[in-house]
Design a protein around this ligand. Structure first.
Ligand code: SF4
Length: 494
């Protein structure tokens, strides 16, 4: 590597702590980098929003710009602010021991500086403490005295009431003692990372570190020798430990000693070996006998768990329902009706969602949903937000039956499920003519993101495109249930 001088930043250092090879790839193999998936990008974007909001906890500070400003200039600007007596600095920049870092919030106190690291999270995970520990190493190395270090985290007990109140949304978790304890190991790790970066690609095999604490960006490269299905595809992962099997050279699912498997895994393996389909006709018939008419098929779409509450009376990470699809039949083999609701993206959707749902749901209907606990939970929560509708909502909840249950209990199992009982796994095996593959929006997190994007977009064409995508997706979720139930009826025929 010649005269190469390894440069570390806080985020590179944290990546290196997870896996030296990942840091080596980031430094020497830019060709391996893949584009950040939209859902991960959305998390980053929320992180920026959280960071800006947290600055309001310590108002009147000066922010060191990031985009387009060279690092040395950011460091110089920070130095000047400190020397000129500025009390609060956001995104202060430092470099020491060849490590660059930015501090989210730095506030001067009588005994030194108070350092706040903002995280879009609710608890002080180990990796966040490492993050703070690296900053401590760098900033104290630059000559500053740090009096206390804390993580600025989301307080889930906060309820939005008017403008977001940062002093209620955030909580300060002091990690000073843990950070001090880690200083020696941070120095050793920094030396080790620099030495590693000056050498050849580290010989590190795949392991639990590939997804902990973060999903690694290089899985597509390091895991390409793992076939499908493999020991990593077993349901009930952990027993037997797939990494132990892997280290023994057992990689294909077919090569695992059957005696070590749980019954669900054995079923999965039999599926791979014999491409079989299992139907417990009596159990399926018992399930069908529980149903009555009108028979409804219900599916909700909700926002993902945003740390900043979107609407009045909601908490951080609360999922807000904005869309539902309902198919129903009034009698066996009767006409299939459909109703769909999608809230406009610029208003609080809860009340209109609720009105539409209660307005269309057939009275005393048996209501099927896939993983019905989710729909029930959302309706319970709507009932507590709109008490006058609680009773009606409860009457729907008690009539809910989970169409997923015969699949979860393996009364019905098809080898193509590959151990899963999600709707996305069951549908293509039982009803191949219906598919999510051709849809622009084809999973719940894409739907959530699409609706939130509609809120933020000024482009009417884009909004309409997202709206159509959402309608198609949610419609398919309930139509899929209709067709799967039809298949289940056929399964019970003599
Ligand atoms: S995929 Fe695993 S082994 Fe490969 S770089 Fe990432 S963490 Fe390291």
């Amino acid at each position: 590597m010649g005269s190469f001088t390894p440069f570390l930043s806080k985020s590179r250092f944290i990546k290196g702590m997870q896996c030296h090879k990942a840091l080596w790839f980031q430094t020497h193999r830019p060709d391996l980098k893949i584009e950040t998936p939209p859902d991960i990008q959305a998390i980053f974007d929320t992180g920026h929003e959280i960071g800006n909001l947290a600055q309001q906890l310590y108002p009147g500070g000066v922010e060191i710009p990031f985009d387009g400003v060279p690092l040395y200039e950011q460091i110089e600007q920070t130095r000047k602010l400190i020397e000129s007596g500025t009390d609060t600095i956001y995104e202060a920049a430092f470099s020491h021991d060849n490590i660059f870092c930015k501090a989210d919030i730095l506030q001067r106190t009588a005994n030194g500086w108070k350092l706040g690291e903002v995280k879009s999270a609710t608890r002080a995970k180990d990796v966040y403490i490492n993050d703070a520990a690296v900053q401590y190493h760098v900033i104290t190395g630059c000559g500053l005295t740090i009096s206390s270090i804390g993580l600025v985290l989301i307080d889930t007990s906060y309820v939005k009431n008017g403008q977001i109140e940062p002093h209620k949304l955030f909580k300060w978790v002091d990690v000073t003692d843990e950070v001090l304890l880690r200083q020696e190991s941070i120095k050793i790790e920094a030396e080790s990372q620099r030495a590693m970066l000056c050498g050849p690609e580290p010989a590190i095999d795949i392991g639990p570190h590939c997804s902990k604490p973060y999903e690694c960006d290089y899985v597509h490269h390091c895991w390409k020798h793992i076939p499908t299905p493999s020991v990593f595809d077993f349901v009930d992962l952990g027993k037997p430990d797939p990494f132990k099997l892997y280290q023994q050279g057992i990689i294909r699912m077919e090569d695992v000693p059957p005696t070590s498997l749980k019954w669900r895994q054995q079923l999965q393996l039999d599926g791979v070996l014999y491409k079989n389909e299992i139907v417990d006709k009596n159990a399926v018939q018992d399930f069908l006998d529980e149903l009555w008419y009108p028979l409804a098929y219900l599916d909700f779409e909700t926002t993902y768990m945003t740390p900043i509450p979107l609407f009045e009376g909601t908490c951080p990470y609360q999922q807000i329902p904005f869309q539902f699809s309902l198919h129903w039949q009034n009698e066996p083999e009767g006409e299939l009706f459909h109703f769909e609701f999608l809230a406009p993206a610029d208003v609080d959707p809860r009340e209109s969602f609720l009105k539409a749902l209660l307005g269309v749901m057939p009275e005393n209907a048996c209501v099927l949903a896939w993983n019905s606990a989710f729909e029930s939970k959302i309706m319970e929560w709507l009932g507590s937000s709109f008490p006058k509708h609680r009773e009606t909502l409860n009457s729907i909840i008690v009539n809910m039956i989970d169409l997923m249950s015969p699949y979860r209990s393996k009364n019905i199992y098809h080898w193509q499920f590959n151990g899963s009982y999600s709707l996305k796994a069951v549908l293509p095996a039982l009803v191949p003519e219906l598919t999510y593959n051709s849809l622009a929006i084809n999973n719940g997190s894409m739907a959530s993101e699409a609706w939130l994007n509609m809120r933020n977009s000024d482009d009417n064409e884009e909004k309409e495109r997202l709206r159509q995508g959402l309608l198609e997706y949610c419609h398919l979720d309930t139509l899929a249930m209709v067709k799967i139930l039809e298949r289940m009826k056929v399964m019970t025929l003599p």
